[in-house]
Design a protein around this ligand. Structure first.
Ligand code: XMP
Length: 413
């Protein structure tokens, strides 16, 4: 990334839209970096910027006076359109930043960093870790070993898809750990949401750490992305933290002593997806809805049992299948099924049933902080409900969650 010719530094002087602005500049193929106003002048100069933009409507004079000695075009603005235009017209940026080039440079950087040593990476099947795996693999091939932990709470066909893509297509070293029984046993009888999350998180770290110890690699590949870093930099915090205050290793035992390889730490999510596409990852993997770390564990209300978890997995697969078929998948942020541990009376094939409830939730959001309920067409909802009650044994009723966030959260637990 240091080779990038045209860098625009955005000095955040208290602008709420800073990430949107940074993404907007990048959309013009101009590489932008965000730094808090407390950053040192030397740090800004290190990037050899083509322009410096102070993002605020009216920044306090002392927040910008220090930068007088930086001899490049400067602007005070919080207006995305004005900034897009300024970079091109006043700062003469040509817009030469391309993902193809990013990949070449990242590959070179990874090779330099890792040398002849080895890297271990925890693959979740999500976008970030998948793209990082493909990128590191492009750089160092068999020196990378990926670990995929099946905690028993994955969606239908998820373990198969991850193995298909990485083991069979990319021919990566992939250690597949089926720890389902271990997780499900630990979760038996636990119905409190926070306890469930803690158990899943702790077991995950334990299983990954046990496996990583055996692999004994000095480097850990991580799917840290730019928003993770930006959100961890305090606006008026210690300038030293500007470079790198963030890391995702949280929770891994200290004796593992990993050195980190984080090749997409300066990319936004849409850029990570583009890198993934260029590296040949399938859209099925790159364009998936966000999925919570604790997986189906937080979509199965109450204590998880193997048979009711299987009901949820089937119902969720039906919801996704119908959503894709109808063209609504790409129009929603998240749409999924929830298992509700309530039994109600119904009828099937002329006989009385006394079975469980599945809820469907569909929301749109920009940042997951607030969310609006999506008004899915009734025909689509009827189709989902009809298939769920016919095809999923143990479920005889489907309801639609029409709660906005707030007051509801997106997930039920
Ligand atoms: P809530 O339920 O808090 O969810 O409205 C907001 C967004 O975060 C996702 N989510 C999680 N993601 N680990 C994650 O990686 C978690 O524990 C977790 N809990 C919720 C959720 O799917 C939604 O997109």
């Amino acid at each position: 990334m240091k080779h990038t010719p045209e860098t625009v530094v955005l000095v955040n002087c208290g602008c709420n839209e800073i990430q949107t602005i940074a993404r907007g500049v990048r959309a013009e193929h101009i590489y932008s970096m965000v730094m808090p106003y407390t950053v040192s002048v030397e740090r800004v100069l290190e990037e050899n910027p083509q322009a410096v933009i102070f993002c605020a409507d009216e920044p306090a004079a002392d927040r910008i006076a220090r930068f007088d000695s930086v001899n490049v075009p400067k602007l005070i603005s919080c207006d995305a359109a004005e900034i897009v235009q300024f970079c091109k017209e006043k700062a003469n940026c040509t817009g030469s930043w391309r993902m193809e080039k990013f990949i070449d440079e990242a590959v070179e950087d990874i090779r330099k960093q890792v040398g002849s040593e080895t890297v271990v990476l925890g693959l979740s099947g999500g976008v970030d870790s998948s793209v990082v795996a493909a990128l590191i693999h492009r750089a160092i091939g068999d020196q990378l070993t990926c670990v995929f932990v099946n905690h028993g709470l994955l969606r239908k066909n998820e373990p198969e898809m991850v193995q298909e893509v990485f083991q069979r297509n990319f021919k990566m070293n992939l250690v597949y750990v089926d720890a389902s029984e271990r997780f499900l046993t630990k979760l038996e009888g636990v119905d409190e949401p926070e306890k469930k999350r803690k158990i899943i998180g702790k077991e995950f770290i334990d299983v990954f750490a046990e496996t990583a110890k055996k692999i004994n690699a000095p480097f850990l590949g991580q799917g840290t992305i730019y928003p993770d870093i930006l959100e961890s930099i305090p606006l008026d915090g210690n300038p030293a933290s500007v470079i790198k205050s963030h890391h995702n290793v949280g929770g891994l035992p200290e004796d593992l002593h990993f050195k980190l390889v984080e090749p997409v730490e300066r990319l936004f999510k849409n850029e990570v997806r583009e890198v993934g596409r260029l590296l040949g990852l399938p859209s099925e993997m790159l364009d998936r809805h966000p999925f919570p770390g604790p997986s189906l564990g937080v979509r199965h209300v109450g204590a998880i049992k193997r048979d009711t978890l299987a009901m949820l997995r089937e119902a969720d697969a039906i919801v996704t299948e119908e959503l894709l078929r109808s063209g609504w998948y790409a129009k929603t942020w998240q749409t999924f099924a929830i298992f509700v541990p309530v039994k109600t009376v119904g009828m099937k094939d002329g006989k009385r049933t006394y079975d469980h409830v599945v809820a469907i939730r569909s929301i749109n959001s920009v940042d997951a902080v607030t969310a609006e309920v999506v008004q899915l067409p009734w025909e689509l909802l009827f189709k989902m409900a009809d298939r769920i009650v016919r095809e999923v044994d143990g479920v005889n009723r489907v309801v639609y969650d029409i709660t906005q966030k707030p007051p509801g959260t997106i997930e039920w637990e």
